[in-house]
Design a protein around this ligand. Structure first.
Ligand code: ADP
Ligand code: MG
Ligand code: MG
Length: 908
């Protein structure tokens, strides 16, 4: 039996892993290896594989450590040899960091511990070695903080504030100090003592002094963190399977906190907000690890251009900028040049925008991470198009680079131009994540969650955010923070979510205790309306109207490019001329589903509808229907006119009739008065419409076959509308769709009514038009006998909402009760009503298409369920040979891109 390799080393421009090994080594580990291989300076280290995470979940701590011990000890030796130090040794110490790293990057979700290997003796040794006691004590107190939080779990013990931070604040207060940087070596020493004490008080345990105990504690904590609630929530949001597990990276420390010639920073090879091809980022002198993103000090810009732009936004004068916040380019020109070349090399190597971490230790630059940078939807499109124009990637890659779901952001509202001119700017922060948001302010993520779930638009206002706030951030319309830069937690997470965010608005004085926000002396309370512009960083008072966006610029271009590769058409689900026009502007090639029942609710139509329902016989029903006819006809005219000859699939009446009658006594009385009948009559009618399973009851073509006059009226309205338009020289192409067929006879009977009616209308007008009669495929039986159905139907449109419901036997109305539990427990991987169940429902679709095309070999087939705008489902539709997908207007561009991607993937 060959031995399983669990540990992969890297260092000194050599590595056992490489970028392609992401699944095994996680993103961070694979890229640390790759950077070594392409000659970039990276501190040596090793990666424990993601497979071990699964082993850990099964075997637990001791057995996993036993499995790893030998390999890890060897790998530590390897690191020691390169560094020329010894882990845990007080004469010539070598410190390590323990970092998590999943396959997909999960920013801030898993915790990192730096400076591992320090204890009271090692501290003395390190002071001798570096001759820099301040740095050593700073590292030690940081280590106890991180280890105490992450490994010993103090942070999540239900404290309102991190007890370590409280101690720091107390000390600063007592010493009248404002910045951490002003803490003296003695202060730092004092912190170490107090920190250890608080660890003991909180956990009942001594802080571990043995380096190896620290290391294993760190490794185990990373594995544990894979299952913490924050990580679980992030996985759920991004559809990351729990089985993947995280890798653990152990790496020799480099120190950005060794004084004025040391620094740490993060950078993007292009602008992650706008996509502009401009190297940018932030750094801090004499700082370590997360200081830049934690929003503790105001970070400085890397490039001079970025710095000048930042100063303008922050209202900082050029003099102040130069003296207090100089760019890395000005401050450490040599390092800057090296960093610039490295970022260039990385971008050319990975052929994508990179998000990088670096540390400068006494004038020497080290790279600590690179990954494909998260970006906004707008940046995603611009970067793909720019890189294509630069010749870095080809057209197909440019299309595949764009995540269709992220286009959603470009389809969100922006501020109404007129409204914004009159608006009052209260404060300015950094444009951390673009878009416009308006809502009521709340100060706690929990409140954002509660209000958000109540359907209230909220803006989450925080001094700074942390991973615990994730859920609330997700439910907020926008995020506003008082502290933190462009790479702060709030900014990075908001961009990932495509959510509007303004960060670091320094004028904000937030009181969590009073739930108030004070700006220039004016106090605002929880619930007050604010508006945010995440593209400019402006914070406005009050509610500001928003406007729908358009397909233009790079967005327009990539859509044109998509057309070149796509095989399927994208249509829209629209019930009104307005929706139809919106969808056409987004490139819809027709209407795939026009639901007629929505038309019955407006104004006094419902009255005519109820008259029809209440009627005792056909004559009575026809009276009601005759009133509805002209209204329906004019609706169809409007829609046909908007679509100018593109196909329009109109579904005949589908829902059970009880949906059109009132169920409350008060409303029943109103209805009785309106129609001039007795309340008892109304009650009786409503009772007689009651069904135990209305979704499986008297609806769809079952209505049209029991009351043929309904189908007749609707067919007449459709055909007359098309004829009227023809008279005006406007083309219309109706596709009349029979809902819920399960037998050929049901279909045939409806077809006959439609065709008879059409022929009558043609005779009356002495003219004719082309139209088709087809069916919605939504009953499993119809898929099974699709060859028969196709004898009558001229097209199939898969109604995957009902088809999913009936295939699973889950009622859409009641599934909420157990679906969530099923998803949590992993019984279902995805909600089948959102993401098409290709395994089961997909088989019925495939079979339906195959059998249908045995009868009519060029049978037109499409999909009109919710799934028609969901990228993975769209790909499936392409694979099984559909002619089109149909989705809501705002998802049309998403479906177009997904359709192009499906065609490109297939051709590869
Ligand atoms: P995350 O996944 O949250 O970004 P990281 O593992 O990248 O966590 O580390 C957190 C911070 O610590 C980063 O700023 C990183 O650059 C820094 N860091 C990690 N390992 C080292 C190291 N060996 N030396 C110096 N800084 C490190
Ligand atoms: Mg990182
Ligand atoms: Mg249906």
């Amino acid at each position: 039996m060959t031995k399983t390799k669990r540990v992969y080393t890297f260092g000194d421009k050599k590595a056992e892993g490489k970028a392609q090994m992401k699944n095994l080594l996680g993103g961070k580990g694979a890229n640390l290896a790759e950077m070594n291989l392409i000659g970039i300076p990276v501190p040596p280290g090793f990666t424990i594989t993601t497979d071990v995470c699964a082993e850990y979940n099964k075997l637990g701590r001791e057995k996993t450590i036993a499995l790893l011990k030998e390999e890890v000890e060897q790998a530590v030796k390897y690191v020691e040899t390169i560094i020329g130090g010894k882990f845990g040794n007080s004469e010539n110490p070598c410190l390590l960091s323990v970092r998590s790293g999943a396959r997909a990057s999960m920013p801030g979700m898993m915790d990192t511990v730096l400076n591992l290997g320090l204890n009271d003796e090692v501290v003395e040794g390190l002071i001798k070695k570096t001759n820099n006691p301040r740095f050593v004590w700073d590292s030690y107190r940081r280590f106890i903080m991180m280890y105490g939080d992450v490994v010993m779990g103090i942070k999540y013990m239900g404290h309102d504030e991190d007890p370590f931070e409280v101690i720091i604040e107390e000390l600063k207060h007592a010493k009248h100090i404002e910045n951490d940087a002003d803490l003296t070596t003695e202060d730092l020493k004092e912190l170490v003592v107090r920190f250890k004490k608080t660890v003991k008080e909180n956990t009942g345990k001594e802080f571990p002094s043995d380096a190896w105990e620290q290391l294993w504690g760190g490794v185990v904590a990373v594995f544990e963190s894979w299952n913490n609630p924050r990580a679980e929530y992030y996985r759920m949001m991004h559809n990351i399977p729990a089985e993947w597990g995280t890798a653990v990276n152990v790496q020799a420390m480099v120190y950005g906190n060794m004084g004025k010639s040391s620094a740490t920073g993060v950078a993007f090879t292009r602008d992650a907000g706008t996509g502009e091809n401009l190297f940018n980022g932030e750094y801090l002198v004499d700082a370590q690890g997360e200081d830049v993103v934690a929003g503790i000090r105001t970070p400085q810009q890397i490039t001079k251009e970025g710095s000048v732009r930042w100063a303008a936004l922050a209202g900082v004068t050029e003099l102040e900028r130069k003296n207090k916040f100089p760019s890395l380019e000005e401050c450490m020109p040599e390092i800057y040049k090296e960093l610039f070349d490295i970022q260039n090399k990385l971008e050319r190597h990975y052929k994508d925008m990179q998000d990088i971490e670096f540390t400068v230790q006494e004038g020497k630059l080290w790279m600590l991470q690179t990954r494909n940078g998260k970006r906004t939807g707008a940046a995603m499109v611009k970067i793909a198009m720019d890189m294509m124009k630069e010749g870095l990637i080809d057209e197909k890659t440019a299309i595949l680079r764009c995540d269709p779901n992220k286009l959603d952001e470009l389809l969100h509202p922006v501020f109404d131009k007129n409204a914004i001119q009159k608006a009052n700017v209260l404060a300015k922060g950094l444009p951390a994540s673009p878009g416009a948001a308006t809502g009521q302010i709340v100060f706690f993520a929990d409140d954002a969650e509660v209000w958000g779930n109540q359907g209230k638009p909220v803006l989450l206002v925080r001094i700074e955010t942390s991973p615990e706030d994730l859920k609330g951030m997700n439910l907020a319309k926008g995020i506003l923070t008082a502290r933190g830069g462009m790479t702060s937690h709030a900014a990075v997470v908001a961009r990932g979510m495509g959510k509007c965010c303004v960060s670091g608005a320094g004028a904000l004085k937030i009181s969590y205790k009073d739930k108030t926000l004070t700006i220039d002396g004016k106090v605002y309370k929880e619930g007050d309306w604010f508006s945010l512009n995440g593209s400019t960083g402006e914070v406005y008072e009050g509610k500001i109207g928003t406007k729908t966006p358009e397909l233009s610029g790079d967005f327009g271009e990539i859509m044109v490019l998509a057309n070149k590769y796509t095989k399927m058409d994208v249509r829209t689900n629209a019930d009104s001329p307005h929706d139809a026009r919106v969808a056409r502007n987004f490139g819809a090639k027709g209407i795939g589903l026009c639901r007629t029942e929505h038309m019955f609710f407006e104004g006094n139509r419902i009255k005519a509808m109820r008259e029809m329902i209440l009627a005792k016989d056909e004559t009575g029903r026809r009276k009601g229907l005759n009133k509805l006819l002209p209204m329906q006809r004019s609706d169809f005219e409007g829609i046909f006119e908007a679509m100018e000859g593109l196909p329009v699939t109109i579904r005949l009446l589908d829902p059970p009739l009880h949906e059109f009658v009132p169920h409350e006594e008060k409303n029943q009385k109103e209805m009785a008065d309106e129609l001039g009948v007795s309340v008892a009559d109304v009650k009786m009618a409503v009772d007689s419409l009651h069904e135990f399973n209305p979704m499986l009851g008297h609806r769809g073509c079952r209505l049209g076959n029991t009351y043929p006059e309904i189908t007749e009226m609707q067919a007449r309205a459709i055909i007359e509308a098309a004829m009227n338009l023809k008279k005006k020289g406007i083309k219309a192409f109706p596709e009349i769709m029979i809902p819920l067929t399960g037998t050929l006879e049901e279909m045939k009977m409806q077809e006959l009514i439609v065709r008879d009616t059409a022929n009558k209308v043609f005779a009356e007008y002495n003219d004719k038009i082309d139209y088709q009669v087809g069916t919605m495929m939504e009953i499993p039986r119809a898929c099974l006998i699709a060859d028969k159905i196709a004898e009558s139907a001229e097209f199939f449109s898969f109604g995957t909402n009902d088809l999913t419901q009936m295939t699973f036997g889950y009622s859409r109305d009641d599934a909420g009760k157990f679906l969530e539990v099923y998803l949590q427990k992993g019984i279902l991987k995805q909600d089948p009503f959102q993401i098409l169940d290709q395994e089961g429902v997909g088989q019925l679709i495939e079979m339906g298409i195959k059998r249908g095309r045995i009868t009519k070999n060029n049978l037109k087939v499409g999909i009109c369920g919710e799934h028609g705008g969901e990228p993975s489902s769209v790909e499936f539709c392409h694979k099984v040979g559909m002619n089109y997908v149909s989705c809501s207007p705002f998802r049309v561009p998403i479906a177009r891109l997904a359709a192009a991607q499906a065609a490109i993937k297939e051709s590869k």
